[in-house]
Design a protein. Structure first.
Length: 197
């Protein structure tokens, strides 16, 4: 069985005659792949590869300058209900400041939020992607490196958007209909009692 999701392949080999029948070459792997189905909607795999991040992102990024104070940045994040702010200097992306930075680096420390620049607590030189990157590539990168946000930049390094794990999960969930998402863990189990009884 093979399913391409975020650039990751899963293989399942079915035992024959009580033994695990492992493929010996690429042709046998291809035969196994073509014999099995990918779980989920048929168009999910092609959409992951063909859809770009510009199709997924829905909001303009919250951008602050390099010398903005922590207080200004956090207030802007609260006002805009954003989980991150992109930090620029002379129009170019130089860092990202996330709610994780607030919790791990700022909260509980004796910091003067009004006088401290966001540049002191941001993540410098974050990993970026162009807006025409595939959804699968971004998802793979986020999962492998533990990112929750990846800024999207143009050819001049200017931020144009930010893609979040939340947006990607929402995008993927749109491929599954509501009935599939609300099935009980074991579809054959019967309820022993009526609800509320």
């Amino acid at each position: 069985m093979r399913c391409l999701a975020a650039g990751i392949r899963w293989f399942t080999f079915v035992p024959k005659g009580g033994r695990l029948n492992m493929p010996r070459n690429d042709d046998e792997v291809t035969d196994l792949i073509s014999d099995e189905e990918c779980p989920g909607p048929a168009d999910l795999e092609s959409a992951l590869v063909l859809e770009t991040l510009s199709d997924v992102t829905t909001q303009q990024p919250l951008v602050v300058t390099f010398n903005s104070s922590l207080a200004e940045t956090i207030a802007a994040m609260q006002d805009e209900m954003r989980s991150c702010a992109l930090v620029v200097e002379f129009g170019r992306l130089v860092g990202i400041f996330t709610e994780r930075d607030v919790l791990l680096r700022v909260a509980g420390h004796p910091i003067d939020l009004e006088r401290t620049a966001v540049s002191e607590y941001m993540t410098r030189d974050p990993v970026t992607l162009p807006a025409d990157s595939s959804v699968a590539f971004a998802l793979s990168r986020m999962l492998s490196e533990g990112f929750r946000h990846i800024p999207l930049v143009d050819e001049h390094g200017q931020p144009i958007a930010v893609v979040s794990m939340r947006e990607l999960v929402q995008y993927l969930s749109d491929f599954f209909n509501r009935d599939l998402l609300t099935l009980p863990p074991n579809g054959r189990s019967n309820f022993r009692n009526r609800e509320g009884a």
